[in-house]
Design a protein around this ligand. Structure first.
Ligand code: ATP
Length: 236
């Protein structure tokens, strides 16, 4: 066991019906690290996050948070233990305002909401705006701010850049980086903007057809452009 690890995934395998989608995946996220989970469409990245959240079944020992085995722990209990998962659809309610989202999460205290706004000052004037009337970038800020307000030990972000202009992604990613460094939260980031992700990440894992194809520091992975290109085309 890795004692500095927030998250340990050990030989994780996940199947839909009987077809295996993730096979024998082992990875670690340590306190304060940003770790990129990369791979082509369909490689199994979302499935991995869903298993870590408890939305998909996995074997005992396959997912540990702070050294504790999460087997049999349901998603809401995992959230209470400190796992925050922002799905690629962002999980917002279009009819609810920014402030109402925080209340929904039990972050009724003004101080909690304020702390979340400190990370994304652009949200502050939008407190009473309905999520459905906000831009994609503003919605993503809200989705991440909600997750941060819960002070997670592990933050998982699935395709936070989906539908956003690269310039917006370029503003959101550094906030996540800074948050991890200053709070010690571990971040597991699924991101299509590979080069942007690797610029900010400490380490990365590349999935191919549900299996680990490569892992290393962000610098090492960035240098292996052939590997990254192959995994993104889904070829190989
Ligand atoms: P993407 O970036 O497209 O979301 P991904 O790497 O996140 O890709 P997954 O969404 O984890 O990949 O999907 C992995 C495989 O599992 C794909 O072949 C997909 O078709 C299959 N799959 C995903 N969800 C289900 C499901 N609910 N039932 C059956 N198969 C599924």
């Amino acid at each position: 066991a890795d004692t500095g690890a927030v998250l340990e995934v050990n030989n994780l395998s996940v199947s839909y019906d009987r077809s295996p989608v993730v096979r024998d995946l082992t990875l670690t996220v340590r306190s304060g690290e940003v770790v990129a989970l990369l791979g082509a469409n369909g490689a199994g990245k979302t499935t991995t996050l869903r298993a870590i959240s408890g939305l998909l079944r996995h074997a005992p020992g396959a997912v540990k948070l702070g050294g504790s085995d999460l087997a049999g722990v349901a998603p809401p209990a995992r959230a209470r233990l400190g796992i925050a998962h922002v799905p690629s659809d962002r999980g917002l309610f279009f009819g609810l305002t920014v402030a109402e989202h925080f209340r929904l999460d039990g972050q009724g205290v003004a101080g909690d909401i304020d702390a979340a706004f400190d990370h994304f000052p652009a949200l502050r004037p939008l407190k009473d705006r309905k999520a459905g009337l906000m831009s994609g970038g503003e919605q993503q800020m809200l989705a991440i701010a909600r997750a941060l307000a819960r002070k997670p030990r592990l933050l998982m972000l699935d395709e936070m850049s989906l539908g956003l202009a690269p310039v917006i992604v370029g503003r959101l990613l550094p906030v996540v980086r800074e948050y991890a460094t200053t709070t010690g939260t571990g971040v597991l980031l699924v991101e299509q903007h590979v080069h942007m992700a690797l610029k900010l990440a400490d380490r990365g894992y590349v999935l191919s057809h549900g299996e680990l194809a490569a892992s290393g520091t962000a610098a090492e992975l960035s240098r292996d452009s052939a590997l990254l290109a192959a995994s993104y085309l889904g070829g190989e």
